[in-house]
Design a protein around this ligand. Structure first.
Ligand code: ADP
Ligand code: ZN
Length: 733
C-alpha cells in the first residue's frame, strides 16, 4: 500500500505547502487540522496538516518523514480550517503564517492541546523494595513510595501538597526504577455548572424586539447591526442571545476590541453565566493563553470571549457570534505580519457556520452602515433608555473668538464652574498625551526633533523626558536650547499640561487623568475609573481611553479640547474617526438623572463635517460622509489594497514600488495610485512609501493580485528593503 502525502502549512514566509510522508509505522495518516513536527532544513518546525494527497511534485526519495504527530484530534475543525484558508487567500498571506497567528505561542511551539497531568506509580521493584530493608534510612523516599502504593496514580500537585519538596527524593526513586510516571489527559470530574448564575433586568420593548429578531434567525446566517449609544442596553441584548444559544446546546463567540480597556464586559459575562467563559487576549501570559485556548479545544468553554485573534478560536457547535464596538480600529491587525480584519472574518465565520452575527456599536463604521443601506444587514436600534436624561446638548466654541488659557477657552472654563457648582462631574478630552507636543527655543527657533522620525519630540514634564510617540526615542529634557543656549518653552498641550492648568483653575477639585502614561499595568485603569465612578475625582482628563465604554452617571459636561486634528487629514477615514470619537466622548455626558452638555472647541466651526454631526447627529454625519466617499470612489464604494515598502532611503522604497507597479498585468478596472511617500515618510530611521490599487469590484482586483504577487516577490530588492501587502487598509499614512 502506498503511503499518502501529508501536505503541511509551516510558519514561513513562503507561499506554499510542504509535502511529507507519514511515519512508516503510522496506522493511519494524520488528519487535516492536526499539528505535526517536521524536519525543515536544519530546523524542526511545528506545522498544521492542510490536506492529504495521492502524489507530490517532489520525487519520492526527496520526501522526508514527519517526526511527530502532536494531536490525536484536529485543533482546527473543518470550519476554522476553511476560515484560515479563506483568510490566506483574501489577504494574500502565506497559509502557514495565517495558521500560526491563530495559535497561542505555546501551542505553536508544540505544547499539548489538552491539559495533561503527571501521575506517579510505584513499580514492582518499588513495591518489593518497600517490603524489604532497602529504603530503611531513606525516610522521605519510603514515605513517597508508601503513598504511591496506597494511592497509585497520585498527581504531582497532590504530592507537593503532602510532601513539600518531593522532586528530589522522587528522582532518587526513579533512578532505582522504583517509581515511574505517565502523563494523562486531565478529566474534569466537576459536575456540569448551572447555565445561569444571575438574572438581568426585564428587557425593554426595544431590547426584547432585538433579541427576538436575532433568535428568529437562530439556524441561519443573518448579520445584524445593533445600533445604540453606550448605556442603551446592548450588552444586555448580547447576554440574552448568548443565553438562548447556550440553551440550544450551542456555543458563543464574543469579540471585544481591547479587554484591558473594558474589563467590565468580562465581569458581566462571568456574573451572568455559570458555564465556563474562556477569555483570550494579548494581556495574558503565554501560560494563561494556552490554558484558555485548551478550554476551547476540549469544549469545556461554552462562551469564548476575546480580542482580535479570538476570531480563530476553535469553538465547536457555534451558535452565535457577537462583535462589540464593531467600528473599533483594533479589530484590524495593521502593524505587522498577517493584516486581517477580525470583524470581517467574524462575519465570514458566522456565514460558514450558518448562524447569526451581531455587530454592536454606538458609532457604526461606514462600511457597516452601507451594508444596512444595501439591505445586506438588518439594523436593530436601541434608543436611549426611558427614564434616562435627555440626549446631551452639543455646541461648538469658536477658538478664534475666545481667549484660551493653555488651550481651554473661557466659555469652557465658565461651563465647568457651573457644572462643578451643581455637583456634576466634568470630562475633558484631548487626543494627545504628555505635557506639550513641542519643545522650542525662544531665541533661535530650534524645535526638538526626533532623530529618526519626521516628528517632534513630546515633552513629558513630570518625568523630565523628551519622548517620540512614534519610535519610542527617549531623552532627558533639556533646560536650555542645545543649539544656542537660550531658554526653551513648551508649546501646545497634552493631557499632563491640561491637568496642571485645571488644577490651577479649580484648586479644590480632585482631578483624575487617564492616558497611556498613567495606565501601565493591570489594575491602573480600574483604579482611575473607580476614582471617577465613586465621585471622588470631580474632573477627568484623558485621551481616547476615556471613550471606551465606562459608565460615569454623574458626568454632566464633556469638553472636547480640539476636534480639528483629523478634519483636514490626507487619510479618507480621518473624518469618520473624529466623528466616532466626538460621539463616543459626548456619550459620557448625562448618563444619569441630570441632563448633559457637550462643548467642542474648534477653529473651524463651519466645517461641513462638524456641522452635520452637530445638527443631525452621527446618522446625519454618516449620510454626508457616505455621499462623499461615493463621489470620491473610496471604500465602501471601492476596494483598496496598499503595497507598502520601507527602506533606509526614500529612493529605494519608491524604486521598488515603481518596479512593482510596472508588473501589474491587465490593470483594466484597477486604478494605480503612487508610489508616494507616506504622510510621515521617515519613522524610526526608515523611509516609508506606498502604492495603492483600487477597484470598484473585488473579484478582478483579487485575480490581479494573484497574478501580480509572485512577480513582486521575484523583484530583486536591496537587503534593507521590507514590503508588505495590506488588503482593506485602515490607515493610508
Ligand atoms: P451598553 O452595552 O449599550 O453600554 P448595557 O447593556 O451595559 O448597555 O446597559 C447599561 C446599563 O443599563 C447597565 O447597568 C444595565 O444593567 C442597565 N440595563 C440594561 N438594560 C436594562 C433594562 N432593560 N432595564 C433596566 N436596566 C437595564
Ligand atoms: Zn521617533
Amino acid at each position: 500500500m502506498t503511503r499518502p502525502i501529508v501536505r503541511v502549512a509551516l510558519d514561513t514566509p513562503l507561499r506554499r505547502l510542504f509535502d511529507y510522508l507519514p511515519a512508516r509505522d503510522a496506522i493511519h495518516p494524520p488528519q487535516p487540522g492536526v499539528r505535526v513536527r517536521v524536519p525543515f532544513g536544519r530546523q524542526r518546525l511545528v506545522g498544521v496538516v492542510q490536506s492529504l494527497a495521492a502524489s507530490s511534485d517532489l520525487p519520492a526519495e526527496k520526501l522526508k518523514q514527519l517526526l511527530e504527530v502532536l494531536d490525536e484530534d484536529p485543533v482546527f475543525d473543518t470550519g476554522v480550517m476553511e476560515l484560515l484558508e479563506f483568510a490566506a487567500q483574501y489577504y494574500h498571506h502565506p497559509l502557514g503564517e495565517v495558521m500560526s497567528a491563530a495559535l497561542p505561542k505555546l501551542a505553536r511551539d508544540g505544547a499539548p492541546a489538552r491539559a495533561l497531568v503527571e501521575r506517579w506509580y510505584a513499580t514492582e521493584a518499588g513495591l518489593a523494595a518497600l517490603a524489604g530493608e532497602e529504603l530503611k534510612r531513606a525516610r522521605k523516599q519510603r514515605a513517597l513510595l508508601e503513598a504511591l502504593r496506597d494511592e497509585p496514580g497520585l498527581p504531582g500537585d497532590a504530592l507537593a501538597e503532602k510532601f513539600g519538596d518531593w522532586r528530589t527524593p522522587m528522582r532518587a526513586l526513579v533512578a532505582r526504577d522504583f517509581t515511574s510516571s505517565a502523563e494523562t489527559p486531565l478529566v474534569s470530574t466537576a459536575a456540569e455548572p448551572p447555565l445561569l448564575r444571575g438574572t438581568g433586568p426585564v428587557l425593554s420593548p426595544e431590547q426584547a424586539a432585538a433579541v427576538a429578531a436575532i433568535d428568529g434567525s437562530a439556524e441561519r446566517f443573518a448579520p445584524f447591526l445593533l445600533h445604540g449609544i453606550t448605556g442603551s442596553g446592548k450588552t444586555e441584548v448580547y447576554l440574552h442571545t448568548v443565553e438562548h444559544a447556550l440553551r440550544r446546546a450551542r456555543r458563543a463567540l464574543v469579540l471585544v476590541p481591547e479587554i484591558g480597556l473594558t474589563p467590565q464586559l468580562v465581569g458581566r459575562f462571568r456574573e451572568r453565566f455559570g458555564v465556563t467563559v474562556a477569555v483570550l487576549h494579548s494581556g495574558l501570559t503565554d501560560g494563561e493563553r494556552l490554558a484558555a485556548w485548551r478550554e476551547c479545544v476540549d469544549g469545556s468553554a461554552r462562551i469564548v470571549l476575546g480580542t482580535r485573534s479570538a476570531v480563530f478560536a476553535p469553538v465547536a457547535d457555534l451558535g452565535i457570534v457577537i462583535v462589540d464596538e464593531e467600528h473599533d480600529a483594533s479589530y484590524k491587525q495593521h502593524e505587522s505580519g498577517f493584516r486581517y480584519s477580525a470583524r470581517d472574518l467574524a462575519i465570514l465565520r458566522a456565514q460558514r457556520a450558518q448562524v447569526p452575527i451581531v455587530l454592536g456599536s454606538a458609532t457604526p463604521s461606514l462600511e457597516t452602515l452601507q451594508n444596512v443601506v444595501a439591505g445586506k444587514f438588518t439594523r436593530l436600534s436601541l434608543p436611549r433608555r426611558a427614564g434616562q436624561a435627555l440626549p446631551p446638548r452639543a455646541a461648538v466654541i469658536d477658538l478664534r473668538e475666545h481667549a484660551a488659557r493653555a488651550g481651554i477657552a473661557t466659555p469652557a472654563v465658565e461651563a465647568m464652574q457651573r457644572h462643578l457648582a451643581n455637583d456634576g462631574q466634568v470630562l475633558v478630552y484631548i487626543n494627545r498625551r504628555g505635557y506639550s507636543p513641542t519643545l522650542a527655543c525662544t531665541a533661535c527657533g530650534w524645535i526638538a526633533p526626533c532623530r529618526d522620525c519626521d516628528a517632534r519630540l513630546t515633552v513629558h514634564l513630570a518625568a523630565q523626558r523628551l519622548r517620540c510617540h512614534h519610535c519610542g526615542a527617549d531623552a532627558p529634557l533639556p533646560k536650555k536650547c542645545p543649539q544656542c543656549g537660550y531658554d526653551v518653552r513648551h508649546v501646545g498641550q497634552g493631557t499632563e499640561r491640561v491637568e496642571e492648568t485645571l488644577a490651577a483653575l479649580f484648586p479644590d477639585m480632585p482631578i483624575a487623568r487617564l492616558d497611556r502614561d498613567v495606565v501601565r499595568k493591570r489594575g491602573d485603569l480600574e483604579s482611575v475609573v473607580n476614582r471617577v465612578a465613586s465621585g471622588e475625582a470631580r474632573i477627568l482628563v484623558g485621551t481616547q481611553m476615556v471613550t471606551k465604554g465606562h459608565d460615569f452617571p454623574n458626568v454632566t459636561l464633556v469638553v472636547v479640547l480640539n476636534a480639528d486634528q483629523g478634519l483636514f487629514s490626507a487619510d479618507f477615514r480621518a473624518p469618520e474617526r473624529v466623528a466616532q470619537t466626538v460621539v463616543q466622548v459626548a456619550g459620557r455626558a448625562g448618563r444619569g438623572e441630570k441632563p448633559g452638555e457637550v462643548l467642542i472647541q474648534t477653529e473651524y466651526p463651519e466645517h461641513p463635517l462638524l456641522r452635520s454631526l452637530l445638527e443631525e447627529g452621527y446618522d446625519g454625519f454618516a449620510r454626508t460622509a457616505l455621499e462623499e466617499r461615493a463621489a470620491a470612489g473610496w471604500p465602501p464604494f471601492a476596494h483598496v489594497v496598499a503595497l507598502r515598502a520601507s527602506a533606509m532611503t526614500l529612493e529605494s522604497a519608491t524604486d521598488f514600488l515603481r518596479a512593482a507597479r510596472g508588473l501589474v498585468r491587465a490593470p483594466r478596472g484597477i486604478k494605480l495610485l503612487g508610489p508616494a511617500p507616506a504622510a510621515m515618510a521617515r519613522r524610526a530611521g526608515r523611509y516609508h512609501a506606498q502604492l495603492l490599487l483600487e477597484a470598484a469590484e473585488r473579484a478582478p482586483l483579487h485575480r490581479a493580485l494573484d497574478a501580480w504577487l509572485p512577480l513582486v516577490e521575484a523583484v530583486k530588492t536591496p537587503r534593507d528593503l521590507r514590503w508588505s501587502l495590506d488588503v482593506d487598509p485602515l490607515d493610508l499614512f
